[in-house]
Design a protein around this ligand. Structure first.
Ligand SMILES: [Zn+2]
Length: 341
């Protein structure tokens, strides 16, 4: 009987699929009257699979991402599940989940270690600095996790971006094994390249973290961005544009917008270069973008280092630390594209 109903139902579908307005009439006539099939009993919606949990050193971890941002449920990810276990009482997590909550992990900060593989591991595990992840340069598929994502690692130091300070509190840190820079005879820093496979590894890891915590593009930054007077890493050899183009990670400017600002900048950039009001304008634009620079109206040392950090990230072909028309155009294009909400 069930089979018969199925066949009738199928033929009904064939009718409706061929009943197009442009189909000639009388091309097909059913020999038997159409019997309305009884609606099939709707099977019960299967229960979504329960997320698996593993226990490691007494701490429970989800093995899959169970966050559901559409229900504002964004507190659960692969991270550890830590709750109080008061003696004699039961902590219940399922009845009253609050709407007012978000992730503590709001930034992703990239670094280089300035050390080879073995020394990177020793320093980041045995000394006063650390990172959540360490991406080696040995060509295998391993990524080392040194700190639980729900805990704070010590990678950022004194740092700021937009209105936030001390970004260790709110960030995930990724250290990438890379030897950093040497200085040439003229004092210019010459940076070591990143291998393609290492970049792919960083991109996969970064993407995973950004998606799980919904980290906005404006909060995916270099250590040098959040501490420009102290830090250079991951430096100008790190391919931010590639990450943006191929993985939709982080910020990048639109070329046409940059060109418009560049055409405008060229009109008076050189004549205005040393005007305090112009320097103030540029410093304010750097500050608006996110850098912790104080507008002084002078090309002071902190401003030069901030410009250099900006160039490492967004104009790596020339990282002189000197503001020029192209750097100025890129900064304005970025401020237009990524305004503070
Ligand atoms: Zn760093």
């Amino acid at each position: 009987m069930r089979k018969t109903l199925y066949i009738i139902g199928l033929s009904t579908c064939v009718f409706s699929c061929t009943s197009q307005p442009n189909v000639k009439k009388n091309t097909y006539k059913p020999k038997t009257p159409v019997v309305q099939a009884k609606p099939a009993v709707k099977p019960a919606t299967p229960e979504p699979p329960k997320p698996k949990i593993i226990s490691d050193h007494g701490v429970e971890f989800f093995t899959t991402n169970i966050a559901d941002p559409t229900k504002n449920d964004n507190t659960a990810s692969y991270g550890s599940i830590v709750s109080a276990k008061p003696a004699g009482y039961k902590v219940v997590k399922t009845y009253f989940p609050a709407i007012a909550q978000n992730f503590r992990q709001r930034y992703l900060i990239l670094h280089y270690t300035a050390l080879p593989d073995d020394k990177s591991i020793t320093v980041l595990t045995q000394q006063a600095v650390s990172a959540h992840y360490l991406v080696n340069n040995t060509g295998d598929n391993d990524i080392y996790q040194l700190v639980d994502e729900n805990k704070r690692s010590y990678h950022a130091g004194v740092s700021s971006w937009r209105n936030d300070k001390n970004l260790n509190d709110t960030s995930i840190g990724i250290e990438i094994v890379n030897t950093g820079y040497t200085t040439d005879g003229s004092g210019k820093r010459i940076f070591a390249a990143f291998s393609d496979e290492q970049v792919r590894k960083v991109a996969a890891l970064a993407k995973d973290i950004i998606v799980r915590y919904q980290i906005p593009a404006t909060n995916v930054l270099a250590h040098a961005d959040i501490a420009p007077t102290r830090k250079q890493d991951p430096g100008p050899m790190f391919p931010w544009k590639k990450l943006y183009d191929e993985y939709q990670i982080g910020m990048w400017y639109d070329e046409a917008t940059k060109q418009n600002f560049f055409d405008l900048a060229q009109l008076d950039f050189t004549t205005r270069y040393n005007e305090p009001s112009f320097i103030f304008l540029i410093q304010t634009a750097l500050q608006k973008f996110g850098y912790g620079v104080d507008p002084s109206g002078q090309w002071d040392d902190a401003t030069k280092k901030t410009i250099e950090a900006f160039q490492y990230h967004f104009r790596p072909q020339n990282y002189s630390g000197i503001m020029d028309a192209e750097t100025w155009a890129i900064l304005q294009a970025l401020n237009q594209k990524y305004p503070i909400k």
